[in-house]
Design a protein around this ligand. Structure first.
Ligand code: GSH
Length: 212
């Protein structure tokens, strides 16, 4: 059976579980041995990255690498369209998530404690997220008819984080209407809905605990 090293609340762990669920695969989940950032875990996964996947002794890390491996190892149901342009659009969407949108959100993770409230940072990141969401709307619009796939695994999770943090931090993020429609559509995809049934309560409990 596949083993996933993951943390329940980790955004990229949720992205990977969505890919696994889409593939209708069974897996068992383990916390990183020794804990988050531990040397013990880095002896297994050199980069220390979460998530990592173990398939019969073969270990790989990084959600995107894992998703592409799953696609090649278990082709059905697919995470990538059959034609080269559709595949490229799906990858473009996914890479935009990992390298542009999520990093603009991640900047906030060090400042979730109400005691370290940083209004300038919240204003800067509201602006950065608004810009990235505008760009994403155009990227999605270029291929809005693609069936659910690789590029739709991480985005709903990051959207959920933005929505959860907006009232808590008083963010001012503008969402293009068509992106809200895309968000509703992907949240209804079975793999996302299944993951969100357990993930969203975990996310909110984690944030509640931060607020004390
Ligand atoms: N690009 C990576 C990002 C994953 C990521 O940032 N994971 C965090 C936890 S959510 C992590 O591994 N942090 C510990 C580290 O990098 O040592 C992926 O897609 O897997």
């Amino acid at each position: 059976m596949l083993t996933l090293y993951a943390l329940p609340v980790s955004l990229y762990s949720a992205k990977t579980r969505i890919a696994l669920r889409h593939k209708r695969l069974a897996w068992r989940e383990e916390l990183p041995p020794g804990g988050y950032g531990a040397a013990e875990y880095k002896r297994i996964v050199a980069s220390g990255n979460l998530p990592a996947l173990v398939d019969d002794g073969f270990i790989i890390a990084d959600s995107e690498v894992i998703a592409e491996y799953l696609e090649e190892r278990f082709p059905e149901p697919p995470l990538l369209p059959a034609d080269p342009r559709g595949r490229a659009r799906m990858r473009e969407r996914s890479r935009f998530h990992d390298t542009r949108l999520e990093p603009a959100l991640r900047v906030l993770f060090g400042n979730l404690d109400p005691d370290s409230c940083d209004d300038d940072l919240y204003a800067r990141q509201s602006h950065a997220l608004t810009e990235r969401l505008g760009q994403l709307a155009r990227i999605i619009d270029a291929a809005s008819d693609l069936p659910f796939g690789l590029g739709d695994c991480g985005l709903p999770v990051t959207f959920a984080w933005i929505d959860a943090l907006t009232p808590r931090l008083g963010l001012d993020v503008a969402w293009p209407e068509e992106l809200r429609r895309y968000q509703t559509r992907t949240a209804a995809a079975p793999a996302v809905a299944e993951e969100f049934a357990t993930y969203l309560p975990i996310l909110h409990q984690w944030l509640d605990a931060k607020e004390g």
